[in-house]
Design a protein. Structure first.
Ligand code: 5AD
Length: 350
């Protein structure tokens, strides 16, 4: 009987229509009980059909630790007196790109807090300069909520992709995680805008964030099902000192892996990273993420002198195999589990 319902859950994940909340809930319940092993195996098969044994690499450049928002979970929240702030200049960012390019990367991910000093115009100029130097390479932005005009300007400057996790698709839970100045409605509006402008879009959520229940994950899955993002970033919640959630327990590694597998089966061609948060919680997090169906790794290329200041959560890993300077180590670790790094742009659907 159990086996039967697992087979049913797997079949539903492949259904060419939107699933209802009840169906998602049933799938989560069934697979949570004892379908995990089989689920990971099927997810690996699905990833392998889409990508073979290739894992795409992206150079992550954390451009500012300043943020105007007060998200309760994030170490960079504006009210966090323990946060150490820095912002990279245009020259700094171009130098990071130069290093990433010479290491072989073909995608630069510019991520940062919502820093009012890094205006749309300033960032568009940076993107334009990167694309001028490296017209063949992809630029991904992950710099939060911006205006319609801002997103359009950045797209015209040459940005190819945009990561903006929705964080929670349940209104009440979203409000529990965020300050009153932010809303799920606006987050959704931003994601829809980005998509309509031709960006490859990434959404996602933390696993095990404070207050998160199964029914919230059901909302997240329904939302992703309707958004159809090209990229999906998920990782465990990890407490950050100096934040309202600083003493909350971290999210479960096993649950994160289960969600990666489930998303892989539902979105066979999506770009799904094995995130730094996962690697921070367990020594072989990168490998476990890949073996659960992830197909992207984002090594850190932030300048070493400020890298430790981008503390969205405690003990965030950014050296060793999380570092862009350690491609040989990353490659070796992946080879040991039967995968190889792919430094091409790795666009969606290619
Ligand atoms: N633990 C785990 N992930 C976090 N993020 C922010 N704060 C934390 C935390 N404490 C995630 C958010 C954000 C991404 C850049 O990092 O989901 O979108």
């Amino acid at each position: 009987m159990e086996k039967n319902s697992i087979v049913q859950a797997l079949a539903l994940l492949g259904a060419p229509r939107k699933l209802t909340g009840e169906e998602w809930s049933g799938i989560l319940h069934t697979l949570d009980v004892d379908g995990r092993e089989l689920l990971a195996e099927k997810a690996r098969e699905a990833a392998s059909l889409s990508f073979g044994n290739r894992v795409y690499l992206r150079a992550l450049i954390e451009i500012s630790s300043f943020c105007r928002n007060g998200c309760r979970y994030c170490g960079l929240r504006c009210g966090n007196r323990l946060a150490v702030r820095y912002r990279l200049s245009k020259e700094h960012i171009l130098e990071c790109c130069r290093q990433a390019a010479s290491a072989g990367f073909n995608t630069f991910v510019l991520q940062g807090g919502e820093d009012p000093m890094q205006s749309d115009e300033w960032l568009a100029d940076v993107v334009f300069s990167i694309k001028e130097r490296y017209p063949e390479k992809a630029v991904t932005l992950s710099v939060g909520e911006r205006s319609h005009e801002g997103y359009a300007l950045l797209r015209r400057a040459g940005a190819d992709r945009y990561l903006l996790r929705h964080e929670s698709a349940d209104d009440a839970h979203y409000s529990f995680l965020h300050p009153g100045s932010m809303s799920l409605e606006n987050r959704k509006r931003c994601l829809a805008l980005l998509k309509s402008m031709g960006y490859q879009v990434g959404a996602g959520m933390m696993i095990g964030s404070p207050g998160q229940a199964k029914e919230h994950l059901v909302r997240d899955l329904e939302f992703l099902d309707s958004l159809q993002p090209q990229m999906i970033g998920i990782g465990p919640f990890i407490p950050a000192k100096g934040t309202p959630f600083g003493n909350e327990p971290h999210g479960s590694v096993e649950d994160t892996l289960l969600l990666i597998s489930l998303l892989r089966l539902r979105f066979p061609r999506a770009l799904i990273p094995a995130t730094t948060a996962l690697a921070t919680l367990c020594g072989n997090g990168m490998e476990r993420g890949i073996l659960a169906g992830a197909n992207v790794v984002m090594p850190n290329m932030t300048p070493c002198d400020v890298r430790d200041k981008y503390t969205i959560y405690d003990n965030k890993k950014s050296h060793g195999s999380e570092s862009g300077q350690q491609l040989a180590l990353i490659s070796e670790k992946l080879e040991r589990i039967g995968y190889r790094i792919d430094l091409s742009r790795g666009d969606y659907g290619q």
